[in-house]
Design a protein around this ligand. Structure first.
Ligand SMILES: CC(=O)[C@@H](O)[C@H](O)COP(=O)(O)O
Ligand SMILES: NCC(=O)COP(=O)(O)O
Length: 237
């Protein structure tokens, strides 16, 4: 079974545009769970332009599905992981100025750093996932860092899906096979949508979780959050 974790960053973006509390991210998380989401993902960024660190604390009080906190493991991120102890921490290499995630970790170059971080997070009883490009070497590196899972960065898959979906998915199949051989769990995310999700799931039946935000929230504007979550869940059956 592949779990659908709904990323609610974009709800916070909309809220922050007016400085008040509409839409309310806690309500959205609860509704998403009620509508079938099997996890809630947030990615607080250093400038707190969407999800704030206070949102993470507030969400932690109410989320009953798998809470997944993504981000670059700086001091503030580590502090929130220790405080909240979510189901999963996903380590993403984004520099503070990144508009959105645009690459996976180089798990060989940054192995010493990631090893320390993974050990600290696992000692707190939190599962660790490392965001990587679909490259078997980076998957091996993630294993050597002590990760429990990888999250495959799916932007290149999404970008090339329309032109040639078999070609677009090929590297992901290889990376997933390597992960399975090494005993790593497999997550995936970035730019997944209602169109490209089903094929990814068909080709990567071992997927443990997908985290989806941008496209899902865009679809919800037209189809409503409940319908949209149901549509995405159907792609994963
Ligand atoms: C790691 C990843 O792919 C997601 O966290 C994605 O980057 C969403 O972040 P933004 O909502 O800030 O674009
Ligand atoms: N980890 C990926 C994620 O949480 C959502 O990415 P996107 O669907 O907003 O591109």
């Amino acid at each position: 079974m592949t779990k659908l974790s709904v990323n609610i960053n974009k709800i916070a973006t909309l809220r922050n545009s007016r400085g008040a509390d509409n839409p309310n991210v806690v309500k959205t998380a609860l509704d998403a769970e009620r509508f079938g989401a099997e996890g809630i993902t947030v990615h607080p960024r250093p400038d707190e332009r969407h999800i704030t660190y206070q949102d993470v604390l507030d969400l932690n009080e109410v989320v009953t599905t798998e809470f997944n906190i993504e981000g670059y493991p700086d001091a503030r991120f580590m502090e929130i992981i220790h405080r909240v102890k979510p189901a999963q921490a996903t380590l993403v290499p984004d520099p503070p100025t990144a508009i959105t995630s645009n690459a996976g970790w180089d798990t060989l170059t940054h192995q010493d750093f990631l090893k320390e971080i993974c050990a600290e997070i696992k000692a707190a009883g939190v599962r660790v996932s490392i965001f990587v490009d679909p490259d078997p070497k980076m998957v091996e590196g993630a294993k050597a860092c002590g990760a429990d899972r990888i999250e495959l960065y799916t932007e290149p898959y999404a970008a090339n899906y329309q032109a040639d979906r078999d070609k677009a998915v090929a590297d992901y199949v290889q990376a997933a096979e390597k992960a399975v051989a090494l005993g790593l769990g497999i997550n995936a995310g970035h730019d997944l949508d209602a169109e490209n999700l089903k094929f990814l799931k068909e080709k990567l039946p071992q997927l443990d979780e997908v985290s989806i935000g941008h496209a899902l929230i865009c679809d919800a504007l037209y189809q409503g959050l409940e319908n949209t979550i149901q549509i995405y869940l159907r792609q994963l059956k």
